[in-house]
Design a binder for this molecule. Structure first.
Ligand code: 7TS
Length: 410
């Protein structure tokens, strides 16, 4: 089924505005996506009608809030095809989820054992592993690139029987490439390693089945998938979550507390210390409903159509370098680029003058940017509400930017 993008756009009121005298073209979706009316409504409705703390009160509002919060967990469980709702933990976002896994890694890694990640990881999938290596004496190894993609031969050579953890992003927030994480999980498991998938840039854009991927952990953020900020998910296989110590301690996560010791609640609550982000979780549940109703396969197909449409036009611009794979089928909706002789911040500022919102900088992936041999890049990233007209506007604005910096005038 083809999506009715005009109808979808009407649900995102924020898109309908003028920026710098031009209609807004929002192409910074890898940083955060906009939220549809349904998500905004449910958060407002929660605060207006049902606000109460969860898991503790017996009164009606507390019951309603708890049901809404826990129903969101069921929705997320269904979205990613987890085996059981206990395997879905609410976190602050991908960063928190990856930090929790790293804490678990500290529990199980011995000196000299190895952690394998890739050069295209976001800082939140690098720095926690640097910390684990520093604390445990483990070795942090990087897999590099070939033709703008993960070099699978390098990956096979880096993963050995000493490898304890492999942690790879499913979609790069700079290169846009979709990594074969299912195949990588098989390789990791052949060597007895745990497979972690950073799903921050994949979950919003494609169908996810954690059981099919057979990953051990999977992390993502609500705000990149039409949900609110401050809420995310850590999926983990139940057997591993059982072994994993809680990262935070306090209210909500305990069973019994004595003067000197305490015992923990069962999964998933043993990880959710303190009053959680109730409104955030409920908002995420609404975002999951929203995306599921559109259909994850249709969302991916729409973004693929945008990429197929815009890529040849971008490639035709002289002096424009695009990073990542040349095969569009290997890409999600992220395009990092540079214009010869121009700083990407100047490019992003010039595009903003045309109403086109893109990000410029290192995209929280400094090792990758160094590896690419540049100081920074500009980046356009698409979502389900972007149109072919948005693609045309991007191309036109890049051309105008080129002209402007060449002649100093438009
Ligand atoms: N992993 C990847 C692949 C990401 O793209 C990001 C955020 C994160 C992890 C961290 O997510 P958070 O929600 O915990 O912050 N990426 C970006 C970006 O590309 N521009 O701004 C944030």
């Amino acid at each position: 089924m083809t999506l009715d993008i005009n109808k979808i756009r009407r649900e995102f009121q924020i898109l309908d505005q003028i920026v710098n005298d031009e209609p807004l073209v929002y192409l910074d979706n890898a940083a955060t996506t906009q939220k549809p009316q349904q998500v905004l409504d449910i958060i407002r409705d929660y605060y207006e009608q049902n606000n109460a703390n969860v898991h503790r009160g017996v009164h009606t509002l507390a019951e309603r809030a708890t049901v809404q919060y826990e129903t969101s967990r069921d929705k997320v469980c269904a979205l990613i095809h987890a085996n059981a709702r206990e395997e879905v933990l609410f976190t602050r976002g991908t960063t928190t989820a990856l930090n929790w896994i790293a804490k678990f890694a500290e529990q199980i890694i011995q000196p000299g054992e190895e952690i394998v990640i890739s050069i295209m990881e976001h800082h939140s999938n690098i720095i926690p592993w640097q910390q684990v290596a520093a604390k445990t004496g483990a070795v942090l190894k990087f897999v590099y690139l070939k033709d703008g993609e993960l070099d699978m031969a390098d990956l096979r050579s880096k993963i050995t029987d000493k490898t304890k953890v492999v942690s790879i992003t499913q979609v790069s927030n700079v290169l846009g490439v979709i990594n074969p994480v299912k195949e990588i999980a098989q390789i990791a498991h052949q060597h007895g390693a745990i497979m972690v998938v950073d799903g921050a840039q994949s979950t919003p854009h494609m169908a996810i089945d954690v059981q099919d991927l057979d990953c051990d952990f999977f992390a993502f953020s609500g705000h990149k998938m039409a949900g609110p900020t401050g809420i995310g998910v850590l999926y983990g296989k139940a057997a591993l979550l059982e072994q994993m110590n809680p990262v935070e301690f306090g209210g909500e996560m305990i069973d019994f507390v004595y003067e000197q010791t305490a015992t923990w609640k069962a999964l998933p609550w043993k990880f959710e210390a303190g009053t959680p982000n109730i409104a955030g979780a409920i908002g995420l549940g609404a975002a999951v409903d929203y995306l599921t109703n559109l259909g994850m396969a249709d969302i991916q197909a729409h973004e693929q159509a945008l990429i197929n449409y815009v890529m040849p036009k971008l490639r035709a611009i002289e002096g424009l370098t695009i990073y990542g794979p040349t095969d569009n089928q290997r890409r999600g909706g992220v395009i990092a680029f540079n214009l010869d002789g121009l700083h990407p911040h100047d490019v992003a500022t010039a595009l903003d003058m045309e109403g086109v919102a893109v990000r410029a900088g290192h995209h929280c992936a400094q090792p990758l940017i160094d590896y690419l041999g540049v100081a920074a890049t500009a980046r356009a990233s698409f979502y389900v509400y972007n149109t072919f007209a948005d693609c045309d506007k991007l191309v036109q604005a890049i051309q105008l930017t080129k002209e402007f910096f060449k002649h100093g005038t438009l």
